[in-house]
Design a protein around this ligand. Structure first.
Ligand SMILES: Nc1nc2c(c(=O)[nH]1)N[C@H]1C(S)=C(S)[C@@H](COP(=O)(O)OP(=O)(O)OC[C@H]3O[C@@H](n4cnc5c(=O)[nH]c(N)nc54)[C@H](O)[C@@H]3O)O[C@H]1N2
Ligand SMILES: Nc1nc2c(c(=O)[nH]1)N[C@H]1C(S)=C(S)[C@@H](COP(=O)(O)OP(=O)(O)OC[C@H]3O[C@@H](n4cnc5c(=O)[nH]c(N)nc54)[C@H](O)[C@@H]3O)O[C@H]1N2
Ligand code: SF4
Ligand SMILES: [Mo]
Length: 745
């Protein structure tokens, strides 16, 4: 039975102040500060509001920002500790130039020399091999303004088609699925819809560790009596409380969703009126799952048939429902099909365009949403426009004041750029906010590619593992050293405020790019006197596109604590919920079902590699780890990768927690400690990927890409696991003490 709702006041009366309630005198009691800056967390796509405390131009602590509506003061361990990275001794303070004789292989240089060198190398490579032989890679920890600037910089200053971004490893399957089915790429609902729903279906998302603040929204739904369905090869923290847990075999999501659709059709748990009035293609989608009986689904997915039927019953018979998916089903060579098979379930039961209903991706990176709209994808122009569409090109050319033919065509995607480098077709690379050596699949291959570059320049604030391969490293800015906007998981544009200037000779990322554009002789396209001016041009460039920011201003965003796009006119309030009244973003207003037939992952287990490997995250580490591996209290929580395995597998291998195991795939191998947990499928091991070198999970993963989104299949590979000599003391999953002489390599 549902617990009665409990108000904050009642809670405080009963138990005293919340943990989040500041103690008397504030969190850093007694510390005198110069100012507090309201901004947002630099990590995940939740973009929690936070107040940074600043003294002598240093961030010295934080204060919860209770008034920011999304997280109401709540923060996860990363948000709480983020301010500790700024003072790290590894912080880059000067531009660096490769010099094998210098300690660490690099020596300080001046900005003039560093930037002139970049320009000379761009010219040399492009003259000899064509413009597209120089590529650019960027990232979406960057603000909207930087994303927009990078899109324009690559096309008009570098004049290359080959620009892509690290969202290619992250949100592109969801983006492509959303655009195909719904005509627009954004979460259909604000998160305030989650507590209103009757059933929450979490598929391939470790909400508690990767979108921690979303957990509180799910709990609020649970307090109202909502049911919870979870589909994951691991019993994640939220899955422990699920009504129906679908512990599927990695890589079988479209079979699971197809079976659920089959059961919905078989039992007529459908919204016929919605299907008729607001969609097309239902017949073909239903025909594609005709043979997907519960028994078939059970066989393919390794989940009891009755449980799949029970999930379908809960979803199909509830008036409202929200399906939240993330990389678990998107990081597959059929990521787009998986997303479409989820959307089919929403459309078949009319769960769109009304409170408490929708199928939504949980966006990953800080500006994962905004960064996939402003035009720094290889196939995209601002406003989420299509770079191959003549009308879209003409509009953006008119905003940029350039000839339409000056805008290059569609370029290669991120992994394809690295493959073209490996093949010798691309010779030069400028990267910002991307650590491909750690984050791309098959890291031995990535290392070979970086080795082959004739020239590589990196903009970062730490010496990332990829930057070790660079010829020039340009010291850029931390999140709190620059201002702009970011767009959250909900599609809400929020304001990022600067707390301090960049230290030493480091420069703001945008200023580095503007300086380069001038030195490349293209300064006339880049006459911006600051980030607000970039925003003003960006919003015009977005106008009329699906991701329309035209009605926003920095001032409005700040005053209104965020604005949901589309916001097409200055007086427009923004659009928290999309598709109201069943009006979708395709020209005919209808959503499209897609016929999805199951196909297996690119690599399947066999006698030589009999175990499934899946990879992902832990709560205290972030992405390639350059930032969180430098924050001591986070490192203490989970200092090394561990290989999660089920007790049954451990028994067969003769392994107990702390024993070292060698995990080998067709690409490479690694040795790491095992941790024996009953929360993972007995045929699957899980390794988090936040570490470099011999600790990198991506030594093992497969470069197979989704044919549409080009996302790598991080979630499914075949491996062999063996016990090797040595053990370390693993005290628990969150703390491992390296007490053994033969610690991990
Ligand atoms: N702590 C922390 N939080 C983060 C990040 C981080 O690095 N650390 N990164 C941010 C970013 S960029 C992203 S993209 C998000 C990622 O957020 P999530 O997608 O939630 O995280 P992952 O750990 O990549 O994978 C999610 C779940 O997918 C499951 N899974 C594995 N294989 C399959 C499969 O075949 N099918 C299904 N259904 N599930 C499968 C895994 O067991 C895991 O529980 O997190 C964001 N938040
Ligand atoms: N095996 C496996 N691999 C994966 C995944 C997985 O689940 N499994 N997940 C994938 C996913 S979802 C993602 S999003 C990618 C992430 O992969 P990456 O994008 O490569 O990871 P980051 O750690 O964000 O690397 C960004 C780099 O940019 C720097 N940086 C951060 N913020 C800024 C900034 O504001 N300015 C500048 N100049 N630099 C900045 C950081 O220091 C870091 O060196 O990894 C992918 N790789
Ligand atoms: S949930 Fe995400 S945005 Fe919020 S504090 Fe944690 S890492 Fe930062
Ligand atoms: Mo991501």
């Amino acid at each position: 039975m549902a617990r009665p709702p409990v108000t904050d006041e009642e809670l405080i009366a009963r138990y005293g102040p919340h943990l989040n309630e500041a103690p008397p005198g504030g969190w850093n009691a007694g510390l005198e500060i110069d100012r507090e800056v309201e901004t947002h967390c630099c990590f995940c796509g939740q973009q929690c509001g936070i107040k940074l405390k600043v003294k002598d131009d240093e961030v010295v602590g934080f204060e919860p920002w209770y008034d920011f509506p999304f997280n109401e003061g709540k923060l996860c361990p990363k948000g709480v500790k983020r301010y500790l990275q700024g003072n790290h001794p590894d912080r880059l303070l000067d531009p660096l130039e490769r010099d094998p004789s210098a300690p660490g292989g690099f020596r300080k240089t001046t900005w003039d020399d560093a930037l002139d060198r970049v320009v000379a190398e761009v010219r040399r490579i492009q003259t000899a091999h064509g413009n597209d032989a120089f590529a650019m890679l960027s990232g979406v920890s960057l603000t909207n303004e930087k994303s927009y600037l990078i899109g324009k910089f690559a096309r008009l200053a570098l004049q290359t088609a080959n620009l892509d971004y690290n969202g290619r490893l992250c949100m592109v399957s969801a983006g492509a699925g959303n655009k195909k089915a719904l005509g627009m790429d954004r979460a259909p609902n604000p998160w305030s819809d989650i507590p209103l729903t009757d059933v929450v279906f979490v598929a391939g998302a470790n909400v508690a560790e990767c979108a921690p603040i979303t957990t509180s929204y799910i709990w609020r739904a649970r307090d109202r009596g909502a049911k919870l369905i979870v589909a994951d090869p691991r019993v994640t923290p939220v899955a422990r409380t699920a009504d129906v847990f679908l512990g599927l075999r990695p890589g079988t999501d479209s079979a699971l969703m197809g079976t659920i659709l089959h059961v919905l059709v078989a039992n007529d748990w459908l919204d016929h009126e919605f299907i008729r009035e607001h969609t097309s293609g239902f017949g073909e989608a239903a025909a594609a799952v005709e043979s997907c009986t519960p028994e078939w689904g059970a066989d393919v997915c390794g989940v009891p048939a009755a449980r799949i039927v029970e999930a379908a019953r809960l979803w199909g018979t509830s008036a409202t429902g929200m399906l939240l998916h993330a990389r678990g089903l998107e990081h597959q060579s059929k990521g787009v099909e998986n997303v479409l098979s989820c959307i089919n379930l929403g459309l078949a039961t009319g769960k769109y365009g009304k409170p408490g209903s929708g199928v939504s991706t949980i966006t990953g990176q800080g500006n994962g949403q905004g960064g996939r709209e402003q035009g720094h994808k290889c196939d995209q122009l601002p406003g989420n426009r299509d770079i191959t569409n003549p009308e879209h090109r003409a509009y953006v050319a008119s905003v940029w004041g350039c000839d339409v033919d000056e805008i290059p065509g569609k370029g290669l995607s991120a992994e394809e750029i690295v493959e073209a480098i490996h093949d010798g077709e691309i010779k030069g690379l400028l990267s910002i906010c991307f650590n491909p050596l750690v984050s791309l699949p098959d890291s031995n291959f990535t290392a070979e590619a970086l080795e082959k570059l004739e020239f590589y320049a990196v903009i970062d604030f730490f010496m990332s593992e990829s930057a070790q391969y660079a010829d020039i490293v340009l010291a850029g800015s931390l999140h709190e050293e620059d201002e702009g906007t970011s767009t959250t998981v909900e599609g809400r544009a929020v304001k990022i405020n600067a707390a301090k200037p960049p230290p030493g000779n480091a420069r703001r990322d945008g200023e580095i790019l503007l300086d380069l554009a001038r030195r490349l002789g293209r300064g006339s396209y880049f006459e911006f006197d600051g980030n607000e001016a970039i925003f003003e041009e960006m919003k015009v460039a977005s106008h009329g596109g699906t991701a329309d920011y035209f009605g926003m201003s920095w001032e409005r965003i700040e005053k209104e604590k965020g604005i949901f796009w589309p916001c097409p006119e200055p007086g427009h309030p923004g659009t928290p919920r999309l598709y109201e009244g069943g009006v979708f973003a395709h020209p005919d207003g209808k959503a499209r079902f897609h016929a999805v037939e199951y196909r297996p992952p690119a690599e399947v287990v066999d006698a030589e590699f009999p175990t499934w490997l899946t990879t992902g995250r832990v709560v205290s580490q972030y992405l390639s780890g350059t930032q969180t591996r430098r924050i001591a209290p986070l490192v203490e929580q989970y200092p090394e990768p561990l290989c999660e395995m089920h007790p049954n597998m451990a028994e067969v291998l003769g392994v107990s927690t702390g024993d070292l195991v060698r995990v080998t795939s067709r690409r490479g191998g690694m040795i790491l400690p095992a941790v024996v947990v009953s929360t993972v499928r007995p045929d699957t091991v899980f390794i988090p990927y936040h570490w470099p070198g011999s600790k990198a999970a991506n030594q093992l993963t497969n470069r197979a890409l989704d044919p549409i989104s080009k996302i790598p299949e991080y979630k499914v590979s075949a491996v062999r696991v063996e016990r090797v000599e040595g053990r370390v003391e693993v005290r628990d999953r969150r703390s491992i003490a390296l007490q053994s002489a033969e610690g991990p390599p």
